[in-house]
Design a protein around this ligand. Sequence first.
Ligand code: FE2
Length: 480
Amino acid sequence: MVTSAAEVGSGPWDALTSEHDYRVEEVTGAVPDGLRGVLYRIGPGRLEIGGHRLGHIFDGDGMVSRFAIDDDGIGFRNRYVRTRHFNKASQDWIGRGIGTLRPGGLAANIFRMPANVSNTNVVAHAGGLFSLWEGGRPYRLDPETLATLGREDFDGALKLLGAFSAHPKIDARTGEMFNFGIEVFPRPMIRCYRRDRSGTLTQLATFPVSRPSFCHDFAITERYLVFLVDPIVVGRPISALLGLDSIDNCLTFNADLGTRVALIPRDGGKARILETDALFHFHANNAYEEPGGDVVVEIVSHDPGEGWLGWNQHVRDYETEDGTAFGGRLERIRITASGRVHREPLLEGLGCEFPQIDHRFETAEHPATYVAAASVPAGAPDSIVAVDHAAGGVGTYTVAAGHRAQRLRAAVRRRPGPVRSRCRVAAVGGTRCVASTFAPAGARHRASGRRSGGDRGTAAPPADGLSRHLCPGVSQAMAG
Ligand SMILES: [Fe+2]
Protein backbone atom coordinates (compact mmCIF):
# COMPACT_ATOMS: atom_id res chain seq x y z
CA MET A 1 0.00 0.00 0.00
CA VAL A 2 1.26 3.43 -0.87
CA THR A 3 1.38 5.38 2.33
CA SER A 4 2.97 8.69 1.51
CA ALA A 5 2.99 11.24 -1.25
CA ALA A 6 6.77 11.12 -1.21
CA GLU A 7 6.62 7.51 -2.33
CA VAL A 8 4.52 8.45 -5.32
CA GLY A 9 6.18 11.70 -6.26
CA SER A 10 4.60 15.03 -6.97
CA GLY A 11 4.41 15.04 -10.74
CA PRO A 12 3.04 12.83 -13.45
CA TRP A 13 6.50 11.91 -14.64
CA ASP A 14 7.93 10.85 -11.30
CA ALA A 15 8.82 7.20 -11.10
CA LEU A 16 6.83 4.71 -9.11
CA THR A 17 9.41 2.10 -8.27
CA SER A 18 7.36 0.15 -5.75
CA GLU A 19 4.80 -2.57 -6.45
CA HIS A 20 1.45 -2.94 -4.71
CA ASP A 21 -1.60 -5.12 -4.12
CA TYR A 22 -4.66 -3.65 -2.42
CA ARG A 23 -8.37 -3.11 -2.55
CA VAL A 24 -9.43 0.28 -3.83
CA GLU A 25 -11.14 2.17 -1.06
CA GLU A 26 -11.86 5.48 -2.76
CA VAL A 27 -14.01 5.61 -5.87
CA THR A 28 -15.26 8.88 -7.29
CA GLY A 29 -18.57 8.35 -9.04
CA ALA A 30 -20.02 4.88 -9.44
CA VAL A 31 -18.96 1.70 -11.16
CA PRO A 32 -21.62 0.86 -13.78
CA ASP A 33 -23.95 -1.95 -12.81
CA GLY A 34 -22.91 -5.25 -14.29
CA LEU A 35 -19.39 -4.18 -15.16
CA ARG A 36 -17.13 -7.02 -14.18
CA GLY A 37 -13.74 -7.98 -15.48
CA VAL A 38 -10.13 -6.96 -15.48
CA LEU A 39 -8.56 -3.91 -17.05
CA TYR A 40 -4.84 -4.07 -17.74
CA ARG A 41 -2.85 -0.97 -18.42
CA ILE A 42 0.79 -0.43 -19.23
CA GLY A 43 3.19 2.43 -19.67
CA PRO A 44 6.74 3.42 -18.81
CA GLY A 45 6.73 3.48 -15.03
CA ARG A 46 10.10 5.05 -14.40
CA LEU A 47 11.94 7.55 -16.54
CA GLU A 48 15.01 7.79 -14.33
CA ILE A 49 17.68 5.25 -13.53
CA GLY A 50 20.17 5.90 -10.79
CA GLY A 51 19.58 9.63 -11.01
CA HIS A 52 20.03 9.66 -14.77
CA ARG A 53 17.00 11.07 -16.59
CA LEU A 54 16.09 9.06 -19.67
CA GLY A 55 16.00 10.94 -22.95
CA HIS A 56 12.58 9.84 -24.14
CA ILE A 57 9.29 8.63 -22.72
CA PHE A 58 9.54 5.63 -25.02
CA ASP A 59 12.49 4.34 -23.01
CA GLY A 60 11.02 3.76 -19.55
CA ASP A 61 10.62 0.23 -18.20
CA GLY A 62 7.13 -1.14 -18.73
CA MET A 63 4.86 -1.26 -15.68
CA VAL A 64 1.55 -3.11 -15.85
CA SER A 65 -1.43 -2.16 -13.70
CA ARG A 66 -4.34 -4.51 -13.13
CA PHE A 67 -7.78 -3.35 -12.07
CA ALA A 68 -9.99 -6.31 -11.19
CA ILE A 69 -13.66 -5.39 -10.81
CA ASP A 70 -15.79 -7.92 -8.99
CA ASP A 71 -18.92 -7.99 -6.83
CA ASP A 72 -16.98 -6.63 -3.87
CA GLY A 73 -15.29 -3.71 -5.58
CA ILE A 74 -11.96 -3.13 -7.25
CA GLY A 75 -8.61 -4.74 -6.62
CA PHE A 76 -5.42 -3.06 -7.78
CA ARG A 77 -2.04 -4.55 -8.55
CA ASN A 78 1.02 -3.21 -10.37
CA ARG A 79 4.15 -5.01 -11.48
CA TYR A 80 7.10 -4.15 -13.65
CA VAL A 81 7.81 -6.45 -16.56
CA ARG A 82 10.99 -8.32 -15.68
CA THR A 83 12.77 -7.65 -18.92
CA ARG A 84 16.50 -8.05 -19.25
CA HIS A 85 16.72 -4.27 -19.19
CA PHE A 86 14.61 -3.96 -16.06
CA ASN A 87 16.73 -6.48 -14.19
CA LYS A 88 19.97 -4.74 -15.14
CA ALA A 89 18.58 -1.24 -14.73
CA SER A 90 17.58 -2.12 -11.19
CA GLN A 91 21.32 -2.11 -10.53
CA ASP A 92 21.61 1.33 -12.14
CA TRP A 93 22.72 -0.02 -15.51
CA ILE A 94 21.39 2.14 -18.35
CA GLY A 95 20.67 0.56 -21.70
CA ARG A 96 20.52 2.27 -25.03
CA GLY A 97 16.98 3.31 -25.81
CA ILE A 98 15.10 4.79 -28.73
CA GLY A 99 15.88 8.28 -27.52
CA THR A 100 18.48 7.58 -24.86
CA LEU A 101 22.19 7.08 -25.33
CA ARG A 102 24.19 5.18 -22.75
CA PRO A 103 26.63 7.21 -20.71
CA GLY A 104 30.14 6.52 -21.96
CA GLY A 105 30.02 7.84 -25.49
CA LEU A 106 30.79 5.90 -28.64
CA ALA A 107 32.25 2.85 -26.94
CA ALA A 108 29.14 2.37 -24.85
CA ASN A 109 26.71 2.71 -27.74
CA ILE A 110 28.35 1.44 -30.91
CA PHE A 111 26.35 -1.35 -32.62
CA ARG A 112 24.09 -1.56 -29.58
CA MET A 113 20.41 -2.12 -30.27
CA PRO A 114 17.72 -0.36 -28.22
CA ALA A 115 16.73 -2.33 -25.14
CA ASN A 116 13.36 -4.07 -25.12
CA VAL A 117 11.58 -2.35 -22.23
CA SER A 118 8.19 -3.93 -23.04
CA ASN A 119 6.26 -0.79 -22.23
CA THR A 120 3.96 0.00 -25.13
CA ASN A 121 0.88 -2.17 -24.95
CA VAL A 122 -0.60 -5.15 -23.19
CA VAL A 123 -2.88 -7.62 -24.92
CA ALA A 124 -4.98 -10.50 -23.65
CA HIS A 125 -5.52 -13.26 -26.21
CA ALA A 126 -6.20 -17.00 -26.18
CA GLY A 127 -5.78 -17.18 -22.43
CA GLY A 128 -2.44 -15.42 -22.44
CA LEU A 129 -1.43 -11.93 -21.39
CA PHE A 130 1.48 -10.25 -23.17
CA SER A 131 3.32 -6.97 -22.79
CA LEU A 132 4.51 -5.57 -26.09
CA TRP A 133 7.28 -3.43 -27.53
CA GLU A 134 7.43 -3.19 -31.27
CA GLY A 135 11.15 -3.69 -31.73
CA GLY A 136 11.34 -7.08 -30.05
CA ARG A 137 9.57 -10.07 -28.59
CA PRO A 138 6.59 -9.88 -26.26
CA TYR A 139 6.82 -10.91 -22.63
CA ARG A 140 4.28 -13.39 -21.30
CA LEU A 141 2.70 -12.37 -18.01
CA ASP A 142 0.57 -14.21 -15.48
CA PRO A 143 -2.89 -12.66 -15.96
CA GLU A 144 -3.61 -12.90 -12.23
CA THR A 145 -0.34 -12.09 -10.50
CA LEU A 146 1.30 -10.10 -13.33
CA ALA A 147 4.45 -12.13 -12.74
CA THR A 148 6.71 -12.18 -15.79
CA LEU A 149 6.78 -15.70 -17.22
CA GLY A 150 9.43 -15.00 -19.84
CA ARG A 151 10.13 -13.75 -23.33
CA GLU A 152 7.73 -15.22 -25.83
CA ASP A 153 8.59 -16.60 -29.26
CA PHE A 154 5.31 -18.48 -29.78
CA ASP A 155 6.89 -21.92 -30.13
CA GLY A 156 9.65 -20.60 -32.32
CA ALA A 157 7.43 -18.75 -34.78
CA LEU A 158 9.10 -15.43 -33.98
CA LYS A 159 12.55 -15.42 -35.55
CA LEU A 160 15.67 -13.30 -35.03
CA LEU A 161 14.83 -10.19 -33.02
CA GLY A 162 11.20 -11.23 -33.03
CA ALA A 163 9.80 -7.77 -33.70
CA PHE A 164 6.12 -7.88 -32.81
CA SER A 165 4.15 -4.66 -33.06
CA ALA A 166 2.48 -3.15 -30.01
CA HIS A 167 -0.92 -2.77 -31.68
CA PRO A 168 -2.16 -6.22 -32.67
CA LYS A 169 -5.72 -6.48 -33.87
CA ILE A 170 -8.20 -9.12 -32.75
CA ASP A 171 -11.11 -10.10 -34.97
CA ALA A 172 -13.99 -10.54 -32.55
CA ARG A 173 -15.81 -12.82 -35.01
CA THR A 174 -13.05 -15.35 -35.43
CA GLY A 175 -10.98 -14.85 -32.30
CA GLU A 176 -7.85 -14.49 -34.43
CA MET A 177 -5.17 -11.97 -33.52
CA PHE A 178 -3.15 -10.36 -36.31
CA ASN A 179 0.10 -8.50 -35.94
CA PHE A 180 3.30 -7.57 -37.72
CA GLY A 181 6.95 -6.85 -37.14
CA ILE A 182 9.44 -4.64 -38.95
CA GLU A 183 12.63 -6.33 -40.06
CA VAL A 184 15.73 -4.66 -41.42
CA PHE A 185 17.95 -7.61 -42.36
CA PRO A 186 18.60 -8.95 -44.93
CA ARG A 187 16.33 -6.28 -46.45
CA PRO A 188 13.69 -3.93 -45.05
CA MET A 189 10.33 -5.65 -44.84
CA ILE A 190 7.21 -6.05 -42.78
CA ARG A 191 6.36 -9.56 -41.65
CA CYS A 192 2.72 -10.32 -40.89
CA TYR A 193 1.43 -12.85 -38.37
CA ARG A 194 -1.80 -14.54 -37.42
CA ARG A 195 -2.39 -16.13 -34.02
CA ASP A 196 -5.46 -18.33 -33.99
CA ARG A 197 -7.90 -18.61 -31.15
CA SER A 198 -6.04 -21.60 -29.76
CA GLY A 199 -2.84 -19.57 -29.51
CA THR A 200 -0.86 -20.90 -32.48
CA LEU A 201 1.14 -18.21 -34.25
CA THR A 202 1.91 -18.52 -37.96
CA GLN A 203 3.57 -16.25 -40.45
CA LEU A 204 1.07 -14.88 -42.94
CA ALA A 205 3.10 -12.87 -45.43
CA THR A 206 5.92 -10.41 -45.89
CA PHE A 207 6.07 -7.30 -47.99
CA PRO A 208 8.99 -5.02 -48.76
CA VAL A 209 9.44 -1.42 -47.76
CA SER A 210 11.85 0.78 -49.64
CA ARG A 211 13.92 1.77 -46.59
CA PRO A 212 13.91 0.90 -42.88
CA SER A 213 10.70 2.65 -41.89
CA PHE A 214 8.79 3.39 -38.73
CA CYS A 215 5.35 1.78 -38.92
CA HIS A 216 3.54 1.74 -35.60
CA ASP A 217 0.05 0.46 -36.31
CA PHE A 218 -2.24 -1.12 -38.88
CA ALA A 219 -5.86 -2.23 -39.22
CA ILE A 220 -7.78 -5.27 -40.37
CA THR A 221 -10.87 -5.84 -42.49
CA GLU A 222 -12.68 -9.12 -43.03
CA ARG A 223 -10.21 -10.00 -45.80
CA TYR A 224 -7.15 -7.77 -45.41
CA LEU A 225 -4.45 -6.44 -43.18
CA VAL A 226 -4.24 -2.75 -44.08
CA PHE A 227 -0.92 -0.91 -43.78
CA LEU A 228 -0.11 2.73 -44.41
CA VAL A 229 3.68 2.87 -44.26
CA ASP A 230 4.67 6.51 -43.98
CA PRO A 231 8.08 7.84 -45.03
CA ILE A 232 9.45 8.07 -41.50
CA VAL A 233 12.77 6.49 -42.33
CA VAL A 234 16.26 6.14 -40.91
CA GLY A 235 17.89 9.15 -42.51
CA ARG A 236 21.28 8.71 -40.83
CA PRO A 237 21.82 4.96 -40.52
CA ILE A 238 25.56 5.23 -39.87
CA SER A 239 25.03 7.54 -36.92
CA ALA A 240 22.37 5.22 -35.57
CA LEU A 241 24.54 2.12 -35.94
CA LEU A 242 27.64 3.71 -34.48
CA GLY A 243 25.73 5.23 -31.62
CA LEU A 244 26.78 8.74 -32.54
CA ASP A 245 23.23 9.91 -31.98
CA SER A 246 20.03 8.47 -30.57
CA ILE A 247 17.79 6.38 -32.82
CA ASP A 248 14.96 8.90 -32.77
CA ASN A 249 17.26 11.71 -33.83
CA CYS A 250 18.40 9.64 -36.80
CA LEU A 251 14.86 9.29 -38.15
CA THR A 252 13.50 11.72 -40.69
CA PHE A 253 10.24 12.35 -42.50
CA ASN A 254 10.93 12.28 -46.23
CA ALA A 255 7.74 13.32 -48.01
CA ASP A 256 9.25 12.64 -51.41
CA LEU A 257 9.10 8.92 -50.72
CA GLY A 258 5.30 9.00 -50.28
CA THR A 259 3.24 6.55 -48.22
CA ARG A 260 3.05 2.90 -49.20
CA VAL A 261 -0.41 1.36 -48.95
CA ALA A 262 -0.45 -2.40 -48.55
CA LEU A 263 -3.50 -4.65 -48.49
CA ILE A 264 -2.34 -8.07 -47.33
CA PRO A 265 -4.95 -10.82 -47.78
CA ARG A 266 -5.72 -12.73 -44.62
CA ASP A 267 -6.03 -15.92 -46.66
CA GLY A 268 -2.50 -15.65 -48.02
CA GLY A 269 -3.39 -14.39 -51.50
CA LYS A 270 -1.61 -11.77 -53.57
CA ALA A 271 -0.98 -8.43 -51.88
CA ARG A 272 -2.11 -5.10 -53.33
CA ILE A 273 0.60 -2.46 -52.99
CA LEU A 274 -0.10 1.19 -53.84
CA GLU A 275 1.80 4.42 -53.45
CA THR A 276 0.18 7.69 -52.42
CA ASP A 277 1.09 11.13 -51.16
CA ALA A 278 2.98 11.14 -47.89
CA LEU A 279 0.96 10.77 -44.70
CA PHE A 280 2.31 11.36 -41.21
CA HIS A 281 0.50 9.24 -38.68
CA PHE A 282 0.98 6.72 -35.90
CA HIS A 283 -2.34 5.15 -34.98
CA ALA A 284 -4.99 3.44 -37.06
CA ASN A 285 -8.47 3.09 -35.67
CA ASN A 286 -10.36 0.56 -37.73
CA ALA A 287 -10.84 -0.57 -41.32
CA TYR A 288 -13.62 -2.17 -43.29
CA GLU A 289 -14.64 -3.07 -46.82
CA GLU A 290 -17.56 -1.56 -48.67
CA PRO A 291 -19.78 -3.50 -51.08
CA GLY A 292 -18.28 -1.77 -54.12
CA GLY A 293 -14.80 -3.00 -53.24
CA ASP A 294 -13.41 0.12 -51.58
CA VAL A 295 -11.36 -0.37 -48.43
CA VAL A 296 -11.80 2.30 -45.78
CA VAL A 297 -9.30 2.85 -42.98
CA GLU A 298 -9.57 5.45 -40.25
CA ILE A 299 -6.44 7.02 -38.78
CA VAL A 300 -5.24 10.01 -36.78
CA SER A 301 -2.84 11.95 -38.97
CA HIS A 302 -0.49 14.74 -37.97
CA ASP A 303 0.74 17.83 -39.75
CA PRO A 304 4.07 16.85 -41.29
CA GLY A 305 5.15 20.48 -41.39
CA GLU A 306 7.74 20.08 -38.63
CA GLY A 307 8.67 16.64 -39.86
CA TRP A 308 9.54 13.78 -37.57
CA LEU A 309 12.13 15.71 -35.60
CA GLY A 310 9.71 18.55 -34.85
CA TRP A 311 6.96 16.23 -33.68
CA ASN A 312 9.38 14.04 -31.77
CA GLN A 313 10.86 17.02 -29.96
CA HIS A 314 7.48 17.69 -28.40
CA VAL A 315 7.55 14.18 -27.02
CA ARG A 316 11.14 14.56 -25.88
CA ASP A 317 10.07 17.66 -23.98
CA TYR A 318 7.45 15.62 -22.22
CA GLU A 319 7.91 17.25 -18.85
CA THR A 320 6.99 20.70 -20.07
CA GLU A 321 5.01 20.12 -23.24
CA ASP A 322 2.70 17.34 -24.24
CA GLY A 323 -0.11 19.02 -26.11
CA THR A 324 1.21 19.09 -29.64
CA ALA A 325 1.63 15.35 -29.66
CA PHE A 326 -2.15 15.20 -29.29
CA GLY A 327 -2.71 17.56 -32.20
CA GLY A 328 -3.70 14.94 -34.73
CA ARG A 329 -6.64 14.89 -37.08
CA LEU A 330 -9.12 12.05 -37.26
CA GLU A 331 -9.63 11.17 -40.87
CA ARG A 332 -10.85 8.46 -43.18
CA ILE A 333 -8.67 7.06 -45.96
CA ARG A 334 -10.54 5.41 -48.82
CA ILE A 335 -8.63 3.02 -51.05
CA THR A 336 -10.84 2.51 -54.06
CA ALA A 337 -11.18 -0.67 -56.02
CA SER A 338 -9.52 1.13 -58.93
CA GLY A 339 -6.47 1.99 -56.84
CA ARG A 340 -7.04 5.63 -55.92
CA VAL A 341 -6.55 6.95 -52.39
CA HIS A 342 -8.84 9.66 -50.99
CA ARG A 343 -8.69 11.47 -47.65
CA GLU A 344 -11.73 12.73 -45.73
CA PRO A 345 -11.53 14.62 -42.42
CA LEU A 346 -13.84 13.40 -39.69
CA LEU A 347 -13.09 15.81 -36.88
CA GLU A 348 -12.09 19.37 -37.68
CA GLY A 349 -10.65 22.00 -35.40
CA LEU A 350 -9.75 19.71 -32.55
CA GLY A 351 -6.42 17.97 -32.16
CA CYS A 352 -6.58 14.39 -30.98
CA GLU A 353 -4.84 11.04 -30.64
CA PHE A 354 -5.45 7.46 -29.50
CA PRO A 355 -8.55 6.61 -31.56
CA GLN A 356 -10.66 3.78 -30.19
CA ILE A 357 -13.84 1.96 -31.13
CA ASP A 358 -16.10 -0.63 -29.61
CA HIS A 359 -13.89 -3.50 -30.67
CA ARG A 360 -16.82 -5.73 -31.53
CA PHE A 361 -16.91 -3.62 -34.70
CA GLU A 362 -13.33 -4.40 -35.67
CA THR A 363 -13.34 -5.14 -39.44
CA ALA A 364 -16.84 -3.63 -39.86
CA GLU A 365 -18.14 -0.08 -40.22
CA HIS A 366 -18.10 1.26 -36.68
CA PRO A 367 -20.82 3.58 -35.39
CA ALA A 368 -18.53 5.79 -33.28
CA THR A 369 -14.92 6.70 -32.64
CA TYR A 370 -13.55 7.94 -29.33
CA VAL A 371 -10.37 9.99 -29.08
CA ALA A 372 -8.34 11.75 -26.41
CA ALA A 373 -8.14 15.42 -27.33
CA ALA A 374 -6.92 18.82 -26.27
CA SER A 375 -9.68 21.40 -25.98
CA VAL A 376 -7.26 24.20 -26.82
CA PRO A 377 -4.65 24.05 -29.60
CA ALA A 378 -1.37 22.56 -28.39
CA GLY A 379 -2.89 22.14 -24.95
CA ALA A 380 -2.73 19.13 -22.69
CA PRO A 381 -5.07 16.25 -23.53
CA ASP A 382 -8.01 17.18 -21.34
CA SER A 383 -11.02 15.84 -23.20
CA ILE A 384 -12.66 12.69 -24.43
CA VAL A 385 -14.39 13.24 -27.74
CA ALA A 386 -16.93 10.86 -29.22
CA VAL A 387 -17.54 11.11 -32.95
CA ASP A 388 -20.88 9.55 -33.80
CA HIS A 389 -20.50 8.43 -37.41
CA ALA A 390 -24.01 7.04 -37.56
CA ALA A 391 -25.88 10.13 -36.34
CA GLY A 392 -23.28 12.71 -37.31
CA GLY A 393 -22.72 14.28 -33.90
CA VAL A 394 -19.73 15.05 -31.77
CA GLY A 395 -19.70 14.92 -28.00
CA THR A 396 -16.94 16.35 -25.85
CA TYR A 397 -16.32 15.71 -22.20
CA THR A 398 -13.61 17.81 -20.61
CA VAL A 399 -12.06 16.31 -17.53
CA ALA A 400 -11.56 18.16 -14.28
CA ALA A 401 -8.65 20.54 -13.92
CA GLY A 402 -5.43 18.75 -13.15
CA HIS A 403 -6.53 15.53 -14.84
CA ARG A 404 -5.66 14.27 -18.27
CA ALA A 405 -7.66 12.32 -20.76
CA GLN A 406 -6.26 9.05 -22.00
CA ARG A 407 -7.00 6.18 -24.28
CA LEU A 408 -10.42 4.64 -23.78
CA ARG A 409 -11.24 0.98 -23.77
CA ALA A 410 -14.69 -0.35 -24.58
CA ALA A 411 -16.05 -2.99 -22.23
CA VAL A 412 -18.83 -5.22 -23.50
CA ARG A 413 -21.72 -5.63 -21.14
CA ARG A 414 -22.71 -9.25 -20.72
CA ARG A 415 -26.35 -8.54 -20.05
CA PRO A 416 -28.52 -6.78 -22.65
CA GLY A 417 -29.39 -3.14 -22.35
CA PRO A 418 -27.37 0.03 -22.15
CA VAL A 419 -25.32 0.98 -19.14
CA ARG A 420 -26.18 4.54 -18.30
CA SER A 421 -23.94 5.31 -15.38
CA ARG A 422 -20.45 6.64 -15.56
CA CYS A 423 -17.39 5.16 -13.99
CA ARG A 424 -14.51 7.12 -12.68
CA VAL A 425 -11.86 5.39 -10.67
CA ALA A 426 -9.62 8.06 -9.31
CA ALA A 427 -6.77 8.49 -6.89
CA VAL A 428 -6.28 4.79 -6.42
CA GLY A 429 -3.77 4.91 -3.64
CA GLY A 430 -1.81 7.56 -5.45
CA THR A 431 -0.09 5.23 -7.86
CA ARG A 432 1.29 6.45 -11.10
CA CYS A 433 -1.52 5.00 -13.19
CA VAL A 434 -4.42 5.93 -11.03
CA ALA A 435 -7.40 5.97 -13.31
CA SER A 436 -9.00 3.77 -15.86
CA THR A 437 -11.90 4.10 -18.15
CA PHE A 438 -14.62 1.66 -18.94
CA ALA A 439 -16.80 2.42 -21.90
CA PRO A 440 -19.71 0.01 -22.04
CA ALA A 441 -20.50 -0.78 -25.64
CA GLY A 442 -23.53 0.88 -27.16
CA ALA A 443 -24.17 3.07 -24.17
CA ARG A 444 -25.48 6.59 -24.69
CA HIS A 445 -24.30 8.46 -21.69
CA ARG A 446 -25.16 11.88 -20.52
CA ALA A 447 -21.80 13.03 -19.31
CA SER A 448 -22.21 15.44 -16.44
CA GLY A 449 -18.80 17.00 -16.42
CA ARG A 450 -17.73 20.35 -17.81
CA ARG A 451 -18.37 20.47 -21.53
CA SER A 452 -16.78 22.48 -24.25
CA GLY A 453 -18.73 24.78 -26.49
CA GLY A 454 -18.35 22.42 -29.41
CA ASP A 455 -20.54 19.77 -27.86
CA ARG A 456 -23.53 19.10 -30.07
CA GLY A 457 -24.82 16.70 -27.52
CA THR A 458 -25.77 13.90 -29.87
CA ALA A 459 -23.15 11.44 -28.80
CA ALA A 460 -21.84 12.14 -25.36
CA PRO A 461 -18.71 10.21 -24.48
CA PRO A 462 -19.34 6.83 -22.98
CA ALA A 463 -17.39 7.45 -19.84
CA ASP A 464 -14.76 9.76 -18.53
CA GLY A 465 -11.19 8.57 -18.51
CA LEU A 466 -9.38 10.51 -15.91
CA SER A 467 -5.90 10.29 -14.66
CA ARG A 468 -4.15 12.66 -12.38
CA HIS A 469 -0.91 11.01 -13.30
CA LEU A 470 -0.35 10.52 -17.00
CA CYS A 471 1.33 7.32 -18.04
CA PRO A 472 2.71 8.18 -21.45
CA GLY A 473 1.49 6.02 -24.25
CA VAL A 474 -0.53 4.02 -21.82
CA SER A 475 -2.42 1.17 -23.37
CA GLN A 476 -4.67 -1.44 -22.00
CA ALA A 477 -6.51 -4.67 -22.53
CA MET A 478 -9.83 -5.71 -21.09
CA ALA A 479 -10.53 -9.28 -20.14
CA GLY A 480 -13.23 -11.09 -18.26
FE1 FE2 B 1 0.66 3.45 -30.00
